[in-house]
Design a protein around this ligand. Structure first.
Ligand code: F6P
Length: 530
């Protein structure tokens, strides 16, 4: 097995390291279009109205075959089946990984060991739906405040930014940072009498969330009186004893299980702020879109499977060609928070240097992911992407049909997104640049052959957003399998938490403990205390 995997990697690296039979470099893209008039059709793939175009990458038929061999060598299909069957594929935490169950129908039959996961999911969804209906019927609350961080914030905040319109039933606000400036910025927009507060924390121990929850609880008590606070609070958590200790009544706690990772929890009770703000139907459509992508991921052969193909393209970029970063560029202002959400989904999952077997990873794993909406990105960091020393593969996300009537603006937006992908690949030669600006051409050369993947959504709505996010989640699963790392733990966040836990009492005491830290940390503690 390991030999098969290493042989597959060796074949990929050999292709990347040698010219193609026609003499072109393995990293070049332009010759592939010159040689194949059908390339766009052959390397773009659709599923349920969503299109992923991989033709502007340097993957040719031989590279694709080698990448698919790697997928087979790691038994990607077997691992996918194991995840869907509720096996403890999160091996370092001994947990199943069943976020797909969160958006599957009632009769889907997902199980985590002896537990009927589908029944568990739908029991909570039923309670959430009834709660949303009761809140909307009562009409008392105009605003929902979600207090959470990481996966208990980014997914819902991203989706609310994408889908909320003034016609929605409630406004949603997201408080994450322990920096109280965040709370001070939100607070003036809220009327305590009309605000429903959700404390969203899988563990219900996260320092930032519990600190903010106590601040907001005190604000409610100050304005409404202690007796009325409970009716303004609800909790979204796996830790029922801790929610009870915080004083939240059991019928106002919406649970989920430890087989839902924080960064994959948008579809769980963590999505309650969305259901309240957007309405139950929109939340159900979000789940339905994600489920449609899951069906595609689970049933489509590897060579036509969108998340598999996107994962293989990432392997080609990161490992074969040595491009260690990736930019996410949604050409839709409503997707402004998608890069932030994907940063957690991808980097917290794949930022690993040790394999599941406990050995050092033999090659580069998760890339740095960053991004901004287009066209803003063009006036910011795209200079480096066009003319910097190392190519940065881009995901360019286009939405065909806008939800406004300004056709001219939308055409300009699309023109820019299409042009960026074309410019990255096509480049501009020295001869072209010299013809435009004699003597200065060298500064105006664009090397080109820079890869991008274009994703086209028919429109942006709850269903297509669900598809899009589930596409990236499934891609992350595939990459974990391909790199042989656990995409579902996050031990890398723990050391900083431990050290902050040690520094905090020293700051409270007004002085560092002599010799407890390096000289820099001790010196900086004296500066901030001084
Ligand atoms: O940053 C680490 C992390 O555990 C994330 O994985 C998680 O999404 C976030 O903290 C919030 O955790 P919780 O929902 O338990 O408050």
């Amino acid at each position: 097995m390991t030999n098969g995997i290493e042989a597959a990697w060796a074949a990929i690296m050999a292709l990347a390291g040698a010219p193609r039979p026609d003499g072109s470099a393995a990293s070049s893209i332009r010759p592939l279009f010159a040689a194949d008039s059908q390339r766009f059709g052959r390397f773009s793939h659709g599923a349920e109205g969503l299109l992923v175009d991989l033709s502007k990458t340097a993957i040719d038929d031989r590279a694709l075959a080698a990448l698919l061999d790697l997928a087979r060598a790691v038994d990607l299909e077997g691992r996918r089946a194991a995840m869907a069957a509720g096996a403890a594929v999160n091996e370092t935490e001994g947990r199943a990984v069943l976020h797909m169950a969160l958006r599957a129908p009632r009769d889907a039959g997902y199980r985590a060991g002896a537990e009927d996961a589908s029944a568990e999911v739908h029991a909570t969804l039923d309670r959430m739906r009834d709660f949303v209906a009761a809140v909307h019927a009562e009409g008392r609350f105009t605003d929902v405040l979600n207090i959470g961080i990481g996966g208990s914030d980014l997914g819902p905040a991203m989706a609310a930014r994408a889908l909320w319109t003034p016609a929605a039933p409630m406004r949603a606000h997201y408080l994450a940072n322990v920096d109280a400036h965040a709370w001070e910025e939100i607070r003036p927009r809220l009327d305590p009498a009309r605000t429903l507060v959700l404390v969203a924390s899988k563990t219900f121990t996260t320092q930032e969330t519990m600190t903010n929850a106590r601040l907001v609880r005190a604000w409610l008590a100050e304005h409404l009186g202690e007796a009325k606070v409970g009716a303004h609070l609800a909790a979204l958590s796996t830790n029922l004893p801790a929610t009870a200790a915080f004083g939240i009544a059991p019928d106002r706690v919406f649970p989920f299980r430890d087989w839902v990772g924080g960064r994959f929890s948008l579809w769980s009770a963590i999505g309650l702020s969305l259901a309240l703000a957007l309405g139950w139907d929109a939340f159900a459509r979000l789940l339905a879109g994600a489920h449609a992508m899951d069906r595609h991921f689970l049933a489509t052969p590897l060579a036509r499977n969108l998340p598999v193909l996107m994962a293989l393209a990432e392997i080609w970029h990161v490992d074969a060609l040595g491009y260690p970063t990736r930019a996410v560029l949604p050409y839709d202002e409503r997707l402004a928070r998608l890069p932030a959400h994907l940063q957690q989904v991808e980097m917290e999952s794949l930022g690993k240097r040790v394999t599941l077997a406990g050995t050092p990873a033999a090659r580069q794993t998760g890339p740095v992911v960053f991004g901004e909406p287009g066209t803003n990105a063009q006036h910011s960091f795209m200079q480096l992407l066009h003319q910097g020393t190392t190519p940065v593969p881009c995901d360019i996300i286009l939405v065909k049909q806008p939800d406004h009537a300004h056709a001219d603006s939308h055409r300009k937006l699309l023109a820019n997104g299409l042009a960026q992908a074309e410019a990255l690949m096509r480049g501009k030669s020295l001869a072209e640049a010299e013809a435009e600006t004699p003597g200065l051409g060298v500064h105006r050369v664009f090397p080109g052959d820079r890869p991008s993947t274009t994703i086209v959504l028919p429109r942006l709505d709850a269903y297509t957003l669900g598809q899009l996010v589930a596409l990236y989640e499934a891609k992350v699963f595939c990459l974990g399998a391909l790199w042989g790392v656990n995409a579902f733990d996050q031990w890398g966040v723990e050391l900083g938490k431990q050290l902050a836990g040690a520094i905090l009492p020293e700051l409270e005491a007004g002085a560092p403990t002599p010799g407890a830290h390096d000289a820099s940390t001790e010196g900086l503690m004296r500066v901030v205390l001084g």
